[in-house]
Write a protein that binds this ligand. Structure first.
Ligand SMILES: C[S@@+](CC[C@H](N)C(=O)[O-])C[C@H]1O[C@@H](n2cnc3c(N)ncnc32)[C@H](O)[C@@H]1O
Length: 516
């Protein structure tokens, strides 16, 4: 997308200022209700202090450690208060594009063959083609130019995951993107889109835009693109928030903000029991029919200048990578799936996806139950079944046996993976240096990683020697970033397994001393 912004950057200050001016014109506001008179409104206006300011509440800023470009609090914010309202007319949906009759009649001929998400992707590409004629032009030019979602990973980058499960998920994401593109090409040709927009590359861009930026709306399962509202970066949902613990995700919307359970006329609900004076909301955003707008609320207190974050949903690191193109260093919802003997899975009725190691190294409840049952002699399983399902251990012997088995199993898996935790950490910081200082390669390269580095260069048609001499090519930045993401992912995976070994060894120690 020639004119779109670099992720986290933008087409300079002017582009962002133009977007915010456009947002003000479209009626975006930090006020709960549309003001009665335009003259006394407080729209999202570039203020005199900063052209990046949205009304009195938010401003666009850059956060190198959490998401790049994002939104910050322009004043102290109270938990639960409305911070941004985006009117329906500025949301980009399939419906918006279908307002054009010629476009709509062409699309309808293909509609039954394409999913709602494919339709939205086509609509986005058609809107991009309009260039300056598009109503959303100031928004479209601020979209990232490229993404690091899984479907963009090359063969080398996919192999860098090392773990079979992750490789399989990535290959599936790449294959899915290709087949969805092939299904949609006929419609795009009928719409007479420019050849440049018919390519798989353009499709990947548009589908990653939809995957990483859409919000849930009740009338279209593909969701909507929400200008300015999609500048909020992600923080994992708080562990104490009841609905955010839920595993359920919106299938097709990516910033999967569930609908607000209720909303008052003013958009905030007073509740004397809450320290902040606001009813605790179940979510931090949603489409509100009575406001005819997408509304965003502060999920917690924010100090002036702090980044304001949104909980898109509960995701593992692999899911974050698949849909959004990033991983969290500390992700309380991350999970490590390990190979299990068929009998472990069949010995209990727990679904396979509930058998995993948690981010802190502790085996999931279901995994513990399944292992306890598996380690119980067949003829006793029925007798102890109830105890196991209520979370109790069967016996010290049984518990020690499964802990020993699990610790050994994790150790064996770690030993089979090509690199160690230490090597991955070093490689990750080497890549950081290569990204930051592409011209001084030889001083940044650390010897243990020569073979993987060599493979990286070969995958990009370079030799180490040439790259060392001329430095990293500028266009290697994105591949380096994706490679680093794969390494960060496998590092987090290995740490979970190592954490599990520690957990098991500790428990064995405790149980053995108690038993004695
Ligand atoms: C809805 S957009 C948020 C705004 C985005 N930073 C921008 O510049 O347009 C979601 C994207 O922001 C980035 N992002 C959001 N939260 C992040 C986080 N906690 N860490 C790293 N990247 C994040 C990811 O690239 C993700 O796909």
């Amino acid at each position: 997308m020639g004119e779109a912004a670099e992720e986290g950057g933008g087409r300079g200050d002017e582009g962002m200022a133009a977007l915010l001016k456009w947002a003000a014109h479209m009626g975006m506001s930090d006020l709960p209700l549309p003001p009665p008179m335009p003259s006394i409104s407080s729209p999202v206006e570039p203020s005199s202090s900063s052209s990046y300011c949205l009304g009195r509440t938010l401003f666009v800023s850059y956060f190198s450690e959490a998401g790049g470009r994002g939104l910050a609090a322009a004043r102290d914010l109270v938990k639960g208060e409305l911070i941004l309202r985006v009117p329906r007319k500025s949301l980009f949906t399939t419906d918006s594009a279908m307002a054009d009759e010629k476009f709509a009649s062409c699309v309808k001929r293909h509609q039954h063959r394409l999913s709602p998400t494919q339709m939205l992707i086509v609509c986005l590409l058609a809107e991009v083609e309009k260039g300056r004629r598009s109503r959303w032009y100031p928004y479209l030019v601020q979209l990232p130019r490229s993404y690091n979602t899984l479907a963009n990973f090359t063969r080398f980058e996919v192999q860098a995951f090392q773990v079979e499960d992750a490789i399989w998920v990535s290959e599936k994401a790449v294959a899915m993107a290709k087949s969805e593109w092939k299904e949609a090409v006929g419609l795009m040709q009928d719409l007479d889109l420019k050849p440049q927009l018919l390519t798989f590359r353009s499709w990947l861009w548009a589908s990653a835009t939809v995957s990483s930026r859409t919000l849930h709306i009740p009338w279209d399962s593909a969701g909507c693109l929400c200008p300015v509202g999609d500048l909020f970066n992600y923080a994992a949902p708080d562990e104490d928030s009841p609905c955010e613990k839920s595993d359920s995700k919106q299938e097709t919307t990516s910033l999967s903000i569930q609908l607000l359970e209720h909303s008052s006329q003013e958009g905030t609900v007073h509740n004397a029991d809450q320290p902040d004076g606001f009813m605790q909301r179940l979510t931090d955003g949603g489409y509100e029919e009575n406001m005819n707008s997408y509304c965003f609320y502060a999920r917690k207190r924010y100090k002036k200048g702090e980044q304001v974050l949104l909980g898109y949903g509960t995701y593992t690191n692999l899911e974050l990578l698949e849909h959004y193109g990033f991983v969290l260093k500390e992700n309380p919802n991350d999970k490590a799936f390990i190979e299990l003997e068929a009998e472990v899975c069949t010995s209990s009725s727990w679904p396979r996806d509930s058998l995993y190691i948690q981010h802190d190294g502790v085996p999931s409840f279901a995994l513990l139950c399944a292992l306890r049952l598996w380690a119980t002699p067949m003829n006793l399983r029925r007798t102890v079944g109830n105890r196991i399902y209520s979370g109790s251990i069967v016996s010290v012997e049984n518990e020690v046996a499964i802990m020993k088995w699990l610790a050994k199993h994790c150790t064996d898996i770690l030993a089979r993976l090509k690199t160690t935790i230490g090597e991955d950490s070093m490689l990750s910081s080497t890549i950081d240096k290569m990204i930051d200082h592409p011209s001084c390669l030889s001083s940044t390269v650390v010897l243990p990683h020569m073979s993987e580095l060599r493979e990286f260069f070969e995958a990009h048609g370079l030799t180490m020697e040439v790259a060392d001499y001329i430095g990293m090519p500028v266009n290697a930045r994105r591949p380096l970033e994706r490679w680093k993401l794969a390494i960060q992912w496998r590092l987090a995976y290995k740490k979970m397994l190592q954490g599990c070994v520690f957990y098991c060894e500790n428990l064995i120690c405790c149980l053995s001393s108690q038993h004695v």
